[in-house]
Ligand binder design. Structure first.
Ligand SMILES: C[C@@H](N)C(=O)N[C@H](C)C(=O)O
Ligand SMILES: [Zn+2]
Length: 237
């Protein structure tokens, strides 16, 4: 066997799969400690549990379980959603705006602060052309705004806690999830007026609170641009 061709090369699918597997196992071990290294580092960096500021907000961390596109629990026993205080206060305003207009609804948060080690797993797992990939998962070498505790993935839940129909599920990586494609999708009969109306409620409360959405994911909102979070906060490794 030509060992030199395997050596440190991602051209070998076997080696690549082994490295991804090892990093998933490592992240799971880290996360499974009673208070995970992730959680402790976020607390140490001054991030806050959003439910300590917004007691009525719903949280279901999708990466803390297998119901996510990795198919693996990459957060272990991390069940709480952390954000820096300023984004958390902005989120509290968004929940307040939602409740004022729709008292039965609540924001339902799927993800907030996310360590870069987990970002790397998401990046390695997503099988997409390199030029398309950053639309769906930020490149860990540049950092995601999630890695700075300043982005949130979320939807709206009804009075029973069930998510409203947004036309796709969380982490549907494709045109159907693009806010910029909604008119086209409506015309083609791929989204309904009701689904778009639900997305508009989410966008309206989030943007009123100061968040900015992105073109490719209806669920993702940034409190500040990447350049700003890099100057304000340290990355969560
Ligand atoms: C992976 C997805 N939930 C997400 O958060 N994507 C954005 C673009 C990110 O990784 O920052
Ligand atoms: Zn996101």
């Amino acid at each position: 066997m030509d060992i030199f061709r395997l050596n440190f090369s991602f051209r070998s699918p076997l080696l690549f799969a082994l490295i991804v597997h090892a990093s998933v196992v490592y992240a799971q071990e880290e996360a499974n400690q009673s208070i995970s290294t992730f959680e402790q580092s976020m607390i140490d960096a001054g991030l806050v549990d959003i439910q300590s500021i917004i007691p009525d907000i719903l949280v279901e961390l999708k990466y803390s379980g297998k119901d996510n596109f990795v198919g693996v629990d990459v957060y272990g026993n991390l069940e709480k959603c952390y954000l820096h205080k300023e984004p958390a206060l902005m989120l509290a305003r968004a929940q307040q705006f939602l409740k004022e207009k729709y008292p039965d609804y609540s924001l339902l948060v799927y993800d907030g602060a996310r360590p870069r080690s987990v970002q790397q797993i998401l990046w390695d797992t997503l099988d997409a052309p390199i030029d398309v990939k950053p639309n769906y998962v930020a490149n860990p070498s540049k950092g995601s705004i999630h890695n700075y505790g300043s982005a949130v993935d979320l939807t709206i839940a009804d009075k029973n806690g069930n998510p409203l129909d947004m036309g796709t599920g969380y982490d549907h990586f494709g045109a159907l999830a693009y806010p910029t494609m909604e008119k086209k999708m409506l015309k083609e009969g791929k989204l309904t007026k009701g689904q778009i109306a639900h997305r508009k409620i989410l966008r309206s409360v989030m943007t009123k609170a100061g968040f900015r959405g992105i073109d490719s994911e209806w669920w993702h909102f940034n409190a500040f641009p990447l350049s700003v979070v890099k100057s304000k906060y340290s990355i969560i490794e």
